[in-house]
Structures are given as C-alpha cells and as structure tokens.
Design a protein around this ligand. Sequence first.
Ligand SMILES: [Zn+2]
Length: 145
Amino acid sequence: MRFIEGPLDAAYDWRGDVMSPDWDPALARRKLRSAPEALVCDALLDQDVFAGVGNIIKNEVLFRIRVHPCTRVGDLPPRKLAQLVAQARTYSFDFLEWKRRFVLRRHWQVHRRRECPECGRHLELAHLGTRQRRTFWCGHCQVRY
Ligand SMILES: [Zn+2]
C-alpha cells in the first residue's frame, strides 16, 4: 500500500493494473524482460508489474500455466511468458467472480491443497523467493525452465 496525493489518474498507472480496461500486457512483458533474474513467484507479486495480484493468484496462475515457481523470468520460453501475463489478468477476473459467489475456495487447485488435481501427487509447500510468501506447487506437473 502507498499513500497517493492529488488526482489518482495522475499518480497511478492503470496500464499496470491487471483488472483495468487500460491494462497493457505488452508493457508487462517488457517490465518482466527487464528483470530476467527474478523468480516467477516474485515477479507475479511485483505490484509495479501486476498491480492487484496477490499470493493466492500467484499460486493458481503458476499451476494453470504449469510453471515451477523457482523458474527465472529470463528462462521462460516466450510462449510461457505471454501465458503468465495473460493468466495474471484472466485469473484475477475468475477470482473476483468466484469471490462474489462465495465459491472461491472450491476453485483453488493448489493453494492450501495437499494433492495435485492433475496427477494426484502430494503438492509441495515452501516459503519461496525474496518475498518468502507461502507457495504451493506440483513438482511433477509444473516445469522448471
Ligand atoms: Zn501434478
């Protein structure tokens, strides 16, 4: 959180807000490519890139695109980088819709789950990245590039 003085539109860049009509995926991809050493689990929580994305969305997006949370941004194939950016937005809208209908938790595939819904193996849980946020992932289905 930060305190914003003056008109909001002047201080806040809506192009970086995943739920804004002004969301700019190409800008997000450029920001990601400028920090190739960052882990994807940190990058998704970077509010300068993905304003509005929180820890649950991070876990679920990485499972949806089958990417291991410790992958470095610069090691992602371009197709996966594009999926990461696209799903950060798509999942945020799904999240909001499920939350409104009080069915959010039942849609979690890995967050606070024990078993992978795809392969049935035990999910991993660790505090990863420079942010040390709780991360759930499947060591079998999610690829480390
Ligand atoms: Zn799995």
